[in-house]
Design a binder for this molecule. Structure first.
Ligand code: PMV
Length: 318
């Protein structure tokens, strides 16, 4: 029996739009911070059955994953992909759970697929200790199951571009992260569907200054790396802010259009921006394909993080 866990990650420069939807090749490069505390655990066990199966993993520290039939199929077909690639014989029961709620814009697919990929590799190594596959190669295999999962193999920063996913060394470390969960209901439009729909937005082809989405994202990536290197925090905040709005504007203008932002989230975002402008300090703020706001504070801003968390915590949450 193999047990492994893998972290989730939050993109500051977003992967949105695929060149090829089967192999999850992105239209643009992305950059993410690995969320070591938000993890999926996978337990992989060989069974004397004639097929693989998935079950939810139970335990005190876990939120059960409620996988739809489609979700189960996707997860088990990744198991099959790994078995084929690693030449891993036999049938398996895969049990998984998160230590955070799934399907709420918290990128549980990134940590789940990374954990499953690593579990298969560990199983193979148990059977054949001489096997040696690099993290970059494992990330590439994981990417075929879930695009953003390939960034979860590297920490604290991951870059994913045409050459694949790998670690990128940046001087900003030990960020304090929290996510404000405004709505934990299952998403109406899945990220796979979002990747397809954004291509229909006129702003994917070009924005008001004539720049295509791919160039906007790549330009911000370069600027963000530079501003981290220069430790220019406010500039970094502005780049991340523009980037998540760019992605959400693509959602709002695609055909058919859709949105993850409810009125409460819009109001909170406005108040956050006002506080940043007033105090000239604050967190990096970003949203994935969900109504939840991720805040990332510098190591030295612990008190500020507490105060932001208190001020913006959705009502009804401790
Ligand atoms: O890996 P997917 O298909 O769930 O796509 C994730 C897309 C975003 O979370 C919205 C952005 C990103 O880069 O993680």
């Amino acid at each position: 029996m193999i047990e492994v866990s893998a972290p989730s990650n939050i993109a500051l420069i977003k992967y949105m739009g695929k060149q090829n939807s089967k192999s999850n090749l992105p239209t643009n490069a992305s950059l993410s911070y690995t969320l070591e505390k938000l993890r999926t655990t996978v337990v992989l066990e060989e069974v004397s059955s004639s097929q693989d199966e998935w079950i939810p993993l139970s335990g005190e520290d876990f939120f059960k994953i409620e996988l739809s039939e489609k979700g189960k199929e996707k997860f088990l077909s990744h198991l099959q992909r790994m078995k084929t690639n690693l030449q891993l014989s036999g049938f398996y029961r895969v049990a998984s759970a998160n230590n955070f709620p799934s399907d709420a814009g918290l990128a549980s697919s990134a940590s789940s697929f990374a954990a499953l990929t690593l579990a298969c590799y560990d199983m193979k190594r148990q059977k054949n200790p001489s096997i040696n596959i690099s993290m970059e190669k494992l990330a590439e295999l994981s990417r075929q199951g879930s695009g953003s999962s390939c960034r979860s193999f590297f920490s604290p920063w991951s870059i994913w571009d045409q050459q694949g996913a790998r670690e990128i060394s940046l001087p900003i470390q030990n960020l304090h992260h929290f996510v404000l969960v405004y709505e934990s209901r299952a998403k109406k439009v899945s990220s796979s569907e979002a990747h397809l729909r954004v291509l229909s937005s006129p702003f994917f082809a070009k924005d008001s200054s004539g720049l295509p989405r791919v160039e906007r994202a790549e330009k911000r990536l370069e600027q963000l790396i530079h501003s981290f290197q220069e430790r220019h925090w406010e500039k970094s905040f502005e780049i991340c802010w523009d980037e998540f709005w760019d992605m959400h504007e693509l959602f709002h203008t695609s055909e058919p259009s859709f949105s993850y932002l409810n009125e409460e989230v819009k109001i909170v975002l406005k108040r956050m921006k006002e506080r940043w402008q007033k105090e000239k300090v604050g967190p990096l703020i970003t949203l994935d394909a969900g109504p939840n706001i991720h805040c990332l504070f510098r190591e030295e801003d612990t008190d500020l993080a507490k105060s932001w968390q208190q001020e913006f915590q959705p009502r009804g949450m401790a």
